[in-house]
Write a protein that binds this ligand. Structure first.
Ligand code: TXA
Ligand code: MG
Length: 328
């Protein structure tokens, strides 16, 4: 157990966090998607701390956060197609997997020849990267496999083996992680559905694929089947509602309307069926149902379009039975 400084994000707090990062330490910071656990991406030892704090396996590479396209170009080879996407969507919830330059330590990329880059659309995050004067490697600030943090308190509650500082800037706006895109022979493939809907990217690139799954190695090592999980087992309700066994307390995650009066512990993702609102609420509602101490969480499916794809992806991974845990 190692305590972290927990402070409201302010210019002085950002300065302090930047000093920790420059000195090889770690800082939790807000982005527009979820909170990140950051360290200097060019300092292999500092990055190793991220893996320790998160209990993340070393084969799972990190996203490197930059404050400009120019900075991205110091870390990776940026094709014309990738640059067009950066110009259109950065800062924003789009991560691009690109051929890395030598400067990137292997620990960041888990030995891959590519590095994942993104420029977050959050003033605290951008100020931190600029003040640190170095790109910041940062996975989501949760313990590996658990629910992602959309508040600073979520991060504090999960990361017991203290990051040096946690910057609190309230709830994150988007609430699901960035969309991860890679390129093969110039064509884009989505490795993870996320905060930038596929339809918006396709307006620039034409139709995208998500079929990069074959082969022995997963194309995106972080896409383990079991992920984003509450403590309580989660089931997605299909046609017939699951009947929990006698005496079980269950929590219910509804999409738009409250379940029957018999269900006491429930959360509604979006009363108006708005998928952006639903995504923003997803993890905080799951954190709350979990904290209520339920034995099982039943979740309604949402339409698989726009941000609904990212929501369904998180629910499916959270609902994977224990026996399938741990590998693609
Ligand atoms: O919104 C986000 O992306 C958040 C915030 C903090 O920026 N970060 C985040 O990081 O979700 P993380 O580490 O939880 O997820 C990174 C994902 C993983 O699925 C990882 O396998 C994939 O990106 N990834 C990273 N580098 C990769 C690479 N070189 N090739 C393929 N996939 C990569
Ligand atoms: Mg994560």
């Amino acid at each position: 157990m190692r305590m972290s400084l927990f402070v409201k994000a302010s210019p002085a707090a950002v300065k302090k966090a930047a000093a920790f990062i420059r000195g090889g330490g770690t800082a939790v910071f807000p982005t527009e998607t979820v909170y990140g656990l950051g360290a200097d991406a060019l300092n292999a030892k500092a990055v190793a701390r991220i893996f320790e704090i998160k209990k993340r396996p070393r084969f799972d590479p990190l996203i490197v956060h930059v404050a400009s396209i120019r900075q991205a170009k110091t870390l990776a080879r940026v094709s014309a197609g990738a640059e067009a996407l950066m110009k259109r969507f950065w800062p924003g919830p789009l991560t691009l997997v690109l051929p890395k330059k030598k400067i990137m330590p292997d620990i960041v990329t888990a030995g891959l020849a590519t590095v994942a880059l993104r420029m977050p659309n959050n003033p605290t995050a951008l100020a931190l990267i600029k003040a640190a004067g170095t790109p910041i490697a940062a996975p989501s600030a949760n313990s590996f496999g658990s629910l992602s943090p959309t508040t600073a308190a979520h991060a504090r509650n999960q990361l017991k083996n203290g990051p040096d500082i946690i910057l609190d800037a309230g709830r994150t706006r988007i609430g699901v992680e960035s969309t991860v895109l890679t390129f093969r022979k110039g064509k884009g493939f989505i490795l993870r559905h996320g905060g930038l809907p596929r339809e918006e990217i396709e307006r620039v690139t034409g139709s995208l694929d998500t079929a990069l799954k074959g082969g022995k190695k997963p194309a995106s090592p972080g896409q383990l089947i079991k992920h984003y999980s509450p403590r309580a087992p989660l089931r997605i309700i299909r046609a017939t509602p699951l009947k929990p066994g006698k005496g079980l307390r269950y929590g219910y995650l509804a999409f738009t309307t409250r379940p029957s009066a018999a269900v006491k512990i429930f959360r509604i993702l979006s009363g108006s069926g708005n998928l952006e609102e639903a995504a923003a609420n997803l993890f905080s509602h799951l954190h709350e149902l979990d904290a209520a101490g339920v034995d099982i969480i039943l979740a309604e499916p949402v339409p698989a379009k726009g941000l609904g794809r990212a929501i369904m992806d998180r629910l499916k991974r959270a609902s994977t039975p224990e026996k399938k845990r741990g590998g693609v």
